[in-house]
Design a protein around this ligand. Structure first.
Ligand code: ADP
Length: 540
């Protein structure tokens, strides 16, 4: 499918879905014919702009304008409302994309972002434009403007809370289960939820026993079942099922939320649905985070065992060779002495590798407990860099890389020497490991009391998606040729930089090498900085 056809198709789908669901929403006793507490189009527009890009906004604008023309408001009024509806979707989508919102809703931060930025905030725009249009057009209203505004806002917020997550989490590829038991379980859940929701919201005709025990709490265990067993997709689908039953029940005589007017009943239903949706989406995200943390832990155990086992095996071989030479009856000739010395030197190198791996693990655990202490002293940067580069030159030469250094001789800072050495060592070793044997350049300059140190390589680079990930603990980019490592160096480096009041970042494009930049104040704050308490994921 060409890009043009795809765009037109996206446009048509958004337009049709928006108009159809808008008519459904307006059928619920809309105030002045335009404000309703049931407004799925907000969710459709938001999801479309997040998933398919903000350039789809004309589809939203045209659909909103078309819908409003049918409500009897003058042309200019429909244009104002459509502008509000479009801006609402654009504000929500742009803010969420800026905050790297993940549409799978597998993290608590994504749920909180959706609730805060889209459901609560962006909907203010549309409600305000809508009320302004109604006021300017002097529409006949049964309610005051504040009530009118609230009805509009709640309707849009519900769209953002129920429909946007549904579309977002179902948008990816769907793999249908081949296990009949899983289908049976899904069917049982759907039947149970429909039956209980009908009993709760519609009320059974004259069934006094059920009447006495009916309450919305009865739905909660079934939604938890959906979250535990069917994850985000199960939760969003079951929430929609309950919402449809609850909303359509507001016009029946036995409705659970008894109130004077239909839209008061709808507002009560919406409040119930909003609390339930936020709770269930949060539960599903917390469960997903737990699963992901367990996955990271298991992967880490396997990587760590492999990383520790490799040098240990080498160490054992070298020590066995040394012991064999040592046991050979004296006098030993020069060649045997030389062999013994080489075996011991190699054992020493391997031990250093093991020590540095274990040090990384200890640092990671110190960071988790917030126990990394800085020992500040005056440090000459050129000396530090030349020490580190001197130690790594041999390793670089082995893979065919050269290390070029451009550091002015005058740069001196108050830092923790061994910690900064650790960061520079990690950046240079990474450039050697991942730099494809091409030249490596380390440069630095100081201005306005801050140091900027760049380590640039000409390796394969790092994709945008991986760039934020690699600074998290145990995160590595999987490539065809496996290079050893625990995925802790950059995580530790960033925390050390932050503790000095600085930062560690990367600038890279796939195929065009990477430049890691360490920025530090020349005078680090004496108190050090606070450390995160989570190793695996940044918290919102
Ligand atoms: P490790 O090197 O032990 O895996 P790091 O935290 O130092 O841990 O690096 C994390 C990941 O970032 C690496 O696994 C690698 O995929 C990627 N990476 C780091 N430096 C570079 C670089 N210079 N070029 C390409 N990828 C890099």
């Amino acid at each position: 499918m060409t890009a043009g056809v795809r765009r037109s198709l996206d446009f048509a789908v958004v337009f049709v879905a928006y108009v159809a669901t808008a008519h459904f929403g307006l059928s619920f006793d809309a105030l002045a014919g335009i404000a309703t507490t049931v407004w799925p189009p907000t969710g459709i527009a938001l999801a479309a702009l997040i998933l398919r890009g903000t350039q789809l906004w004309p589809a939203v604008a045209l659909a909103a304008f078309t819908v409003n023309l049918t409500t009897g408001i003058p042309l200019w009024g429909a244009a104002i409302i459509a502008t509000g509806n479009t801006l609402e979707a654009l504000v929500g989508a742009v803010l969420l994309r800026r905050m790297s919102f993940d549409t799978r809703l597998g993290r608590l931060r994504d749920v909180l972002l959706l609730v805060g930025l889209a459901a609560l905030l962006s909907t203010v725009v549309s409600a305000t434009f809508g009320v302004a249009a109604a006021a300017l057009a002097s529409l006949q209203r049964a309610e005051s403007y504040p009530v009118f505004w609230v009805v509009w806002w709640v309707g849009d917020a519900m769209g953002a809370l129920l429909i946007a997550p549904l579309i977002c989490v179902w948008a990816g590829p769907v793999r249908l289960s081949r296990r009949p038991l899983r289908w049976l379980e899904a069917a049982l859940l759907a039947i149970a939820l429909t039956a209980v929701s009908m009993a709760v919201f519609r009320g059974p005709a004259r069934a006094r026993a059920i009447e006495l025990i009916r309450g919305t709490y009865a739905i909660v265990p079934l939604l938890i079942w959906a979250a535990l067993r069917f994850e985000q997709r199960g939760v969003t689908a079951t929430l929609l099922l309950v919402a449809v039953i609850a909303v359509t029940a507001t016009s029946s005589s036995g409705t659970y939320f008894a109130a004077h007017t239909p839209h008061e009943r709808l507002l009560m239903t919406d409040c119930y649905m909003a609390v339930t949706a936020v709770s269930m989406l949060t539960l599903a995200a917390a469960l997903a985070e737990r699963r992901s943390a367990i996955g990271v832990r298991d992967e880490f155990i396997s990587i760590a065992s492999h990383e520790l086992k490799t040098p240990l095996t080498a160490l054992k071989l070298r020590l066995t060779a040394a012991a064999r030479t040592h046991r050979s009856p004296p006098p030993r000739d020069a060649a045997a002495e030389e062999k013994l010395a080489r075996a011991l030197a190699a054992a020493d190198t391997t031990t250093n590798r093991l020590v540095s791996l274990v040090d990384d693990l200890l640092d990671a655990s110190r960071l988790t407990a917030g126990r990394l202490v800085l020992h500040l002293e005056l440090v000459s940067l050129p000396e530090l860099v030349s020490d580190v580069a001197g130690r790594l030159r041999e390793q670089a030469a082995e893979v065919g890389s050269t290390i070029e250094i451009a550091v002015p001789p005058s740069i001196v800072g108050r830092w923790d020497r061994s910690r900064i050495e650790q960061v520079v060592t990690n950046l240079l070793s990474n450039a050697i490991k991942y730099g494809a044997g091409k030249p490596i350049r380390l440069s630095a300059h100081a201005a306005s009391g801050r140091l900027r140190l760049d380590v640039a390589d000409e390796g394969p680079g790092i994709s945008r998606a991986d760039q934020s990930r690699i600074f998290q603990a145990f995160e590595r980019v999987t490539t065809a040729n496996r290079v050893g490592g625990l995925g802790l160096g950059l995580y530790i480096g960033r925390q050390i930089a932050a503790a000095h009041g600085g930062a560690l970042s990367v600038d890279s494009r796939s195929g065009h090498g990477s430049t890691f930049t360490l920025e530090l104040p020349l005078e680090a704050p004496a108190s050090g900085a606070t450390f995160p308490t989570s190793l695996t994921r940044p918290r919102f």
